[in-house]
Design a protein around this ligand. Structure first.
Ligand code: SF4
Length: 63
């Protein structure tokens, strides 16, 4: 599973970074960037939660 943050949509609210810093990291502009490659299995559930909770639906999950 991979997570992708749409940089044009992300509003830099920080929610996903707070929920799952192992997968979503804050960039200089405050927007989130997901780790490259597969999300480690132990963080898949919380990464999905972050995608569900993103207020602007900027996070997409690829299986
Ligand atoms: S929750 Fe959504 S809007 Fe907020 S920082 Fe993460 S990707 Fe951006």
């Amino acid at each position: 599973m991979r997570a992708i943050v749409d940089q044009d949509t992300c509003t830099a609210c920080g929610l996903c970074i707070d929920l799952c810093p192992e997968v979503f990291q804050e960039q200089d502009d405050g927007k989130a960037l997901a780790i490259e490659g597969d999300v480690p299995a132990e963080f898949e559930e919380v990464a999905r939660d972050a995608a569900d909770q993103c207020p602007v639906e900027a996070i997409s999950i690829e299986e």
